[in-house]
Ligand binder design. Sequence first.
Ligand SMILES: [Mg+2]
Length: 391
Amino acid sequence: MNLAPETINRRILVVDDNPSIIDDFRKILGTDPNDGGALRHIEESLFGDGVAAETARPVFQIDSACQGQQGLALVEQAQKSHQPYAVAFIDMRMPPGWDGVETIAHIWQKDPRLQIVVCTAYSDYSWKEMSDRLDLGDRLLILKKPFDNIEAYQLACALSVKWELTQQAELKMGRLEDAVRVRTSALSRANEALQGEIAERKLLQQQLAQLSVTDALTGLANRRRFDDTLAAEWARAQRTARPIGLVMIDIDHFKPYNDHYGHIGGDACLRRVATELAGVTRGDTDLVARYGGEEFAIILPDADCAAACAVAERACAAIAALQEPHAAAAGGIVTISAGIASLAPSAETPAERLIEFADSALYEAKRAGRNRVRSWPFAAAAVGAHLNRGR
Ligand SMILES: [Mg+2]
């Protein structure tokens, strides 16, 4: 990281109970107008003749205090005016007030970033004792008295640069953290949007899947779902040896109805019948489907012949109760015929057998005068007779 010399904070605080030491610092750091040669002498001893004159030297601004409390007041004032000190040289022994360690403890409470050099002629505290009393971090150096001028000068230079680098690193870290926060927040929002999109797509897929097995006109299950459900229930019945019932339904004289009322009237009739059929079943377990044209079917898992018959009777009664006018029917209203079959299938019996038997029963219901229910087996002679029927 490159630093422009003019941007470096060169504010120095010296706290010492001996005024001559404070004067020494002013001479060493080159701010005493009466002793401009002191610094040059130092530079020449460091770099040799001629080099020092060409070298841009730092301009330190020095404040001083002769007691710890005064030093603390200066630190507080500097903080308030947003012109903090970069480095403080603090004497260890300053009777009658605070000693160096106590002064440093107070000052760091106000300005924890201040780089401090503690100046001491004696071993008042071991490093461990100071470490126990102060949170040292990397902010404290010890300068033994009597100190070397060059050493003090180098400390002021190096620590003021260190203070500046630390500030800039903190600023940079703060900006990085802000950038991470902004990015994290943006990612979080994008993730939420994505989750919403996924949920929406899932819902659409469910709706599509539902539509693909739904009859568009009546809203009942379509033929595809009927086939799938019958296959699944048939396999279950084979495993459990439980019966499965099927009701095949046909609207009586539907062709003449369509001829008389038109296809729009016919569609409305199909919808009304579908609604009634859905109302006579056992909720979740049964499946009402539009089998094709004016034919409907109800799959009744676990239903024996009597239970299936009861459902079919309710269906017939419900449609008749609609009193839906049918000008082309003898009774003057829309009715249905229903054929039922119930089997506890063996492993070898195909599901088509159930449809075939229920269909035979339906044919028998029609043959017997319509608007009624017939169940298989009704009479041995009737089985198979439906194959060539024209209903
Ligand atoms: Mg002293």
